[in-house]
Ligand binder design. Structure first.
Ligand code: Q46
Ligand code: ZN
Length: 307
């Protein structure tokens, strides 16, 4: 196969685009996709300050590098979850990457905040991943708001978005369906959230990271259950193989025709938000769910230690 751009030997085949690219032209394709996403969805401008959530995986590091190369004002944010071995390794990859590329980085430690994820696993009543995910989103938002950033960018790719959309659709989960998309506008207490990689598949970001020589943290989290999202991704991999371009069409179709209907539905039922009396984050209860989870886990830990 020949490169669609320069006719050299292609190393990345992209059936959904009826194209293939060599190692020099593929990053240009990647750049164009990110540029298109930012422009069409009006994600942010070169005058704005962007906080980029960095887990250490291929997507977040690829995103950070690409936004830097495009001249955006970016700062990385890594949350150290405090999971033995795994968190040290992820953090080392993020720190090494930012140092090598002279990028600004903030690190937030869950242990220092009083709730390392191993405590959540041991003492929370709900599955560790659902609490961990909530805590991460809470801190990403809080740190972005407190730091006066204009937007929070995450490395979600097309496969992540399609798997999530599919799961939400299977449950007809209206609140989640009304909120899903590449841009979530900011509002009181909430920073604007953007996903500049939403046009690119996991395969494409992996190739970009590889061709750019990014060293990634590839080990799965020891607490990951995998379950439904991974299954959905496999299913979609099959569909995409049979009918290239299907994933993107499904997602774009939702954005153009589905999302609005759910947004209208939710507008009428959404509860008003007030600042949490403990931490100041927006909530529709007096004390936000994160402050309640934190207090409950710490209390259970105290009881366990007291014997
Ligand atoms: S949610 Fe669950 Fe992840 Fe948190 S506990 Fe690990 S697997 S890190 S994306
Ligand atoms: Zn709170």
């Amino acid at each position: 196969m020949k490169c669609s751009r320069c006719k050299a030997t292609a190393c990345v085949a992209l059936p959904s685009h009826h194209a293939g690219f060599c190692k020099d032209c593929f990053p240009l394709f990647f750049t164009r996709q990110v540029e298109t996403a930012i422009r069409r969805e009006k994600m942010f401008t070169h005058d704005e300050r962007i906080l980029v959530a960095l887990s250490g995986g291929k997507d977040s590091l690829a995103l950070m590098l690409e936004l830097t190369l495009q001249g955006y004002d970016v700062t990385g944010l890594h949350i150290d979850l405090g999971i033995p071995d795994s968190s040290q390794k992820a953090r080392a990859k993020v720190e090494g990457f930012c140092e090598a590329n002279s990028l600004n980085l903030e690190v937030f430690e869950m242990e220092g905040w009083g709730l390392p994820i191993p405590d959540v696993k041991r003492f929370a009543t709900r599955p560790v991943c659902s609490v961990c995910g909530r805590l991460k989103r809470y801190h990403f938002n809080r740190i972005a708001v407190e730091g006066g950033y204009d937007a929070l960018a995450t490395g979600h790719n097309l496969d992540d978005e399609v798997a999530r959309l599919f799961a939400n659709t299977l449950r007809w989960d209206a609140p989640y369906l009304s909120d899903q998309g590449p841009v979530l506008p900011g509002s009181d207490g909430f920073v604007r959230k953007v996903k500049p990689l939403f046009r690119l598949s996991e395969f494409e970001t992996a190739n970009y990271a590889f061709l750019k020589g990014i060293e990634i943290h590839a080990d799965p989290c020891p607490y990951a259950s995998g379950a439904s999202f991974t299954e959905h991704k496999k299913l979609w991999g099959d569909l995409e193989h049979r009918s290239p371009g299907q994933k993107f069409q499904f997602y774009q179709g939702f954005l153009k025709r589905g999302r609005q209907a759910f947004a209208l539905l939710e507008k009428e039922t959404g509860d008003p938000l007030n600042p949490c009396t403990e931490c100041g984050s927006p909530t529709n209860a007096g004390i936000c769910s994160v402050c309640r989870i934190k207090a409950a886990v710490q209390e259970k830990k105290r009881q366990a230690e007291a014997g």
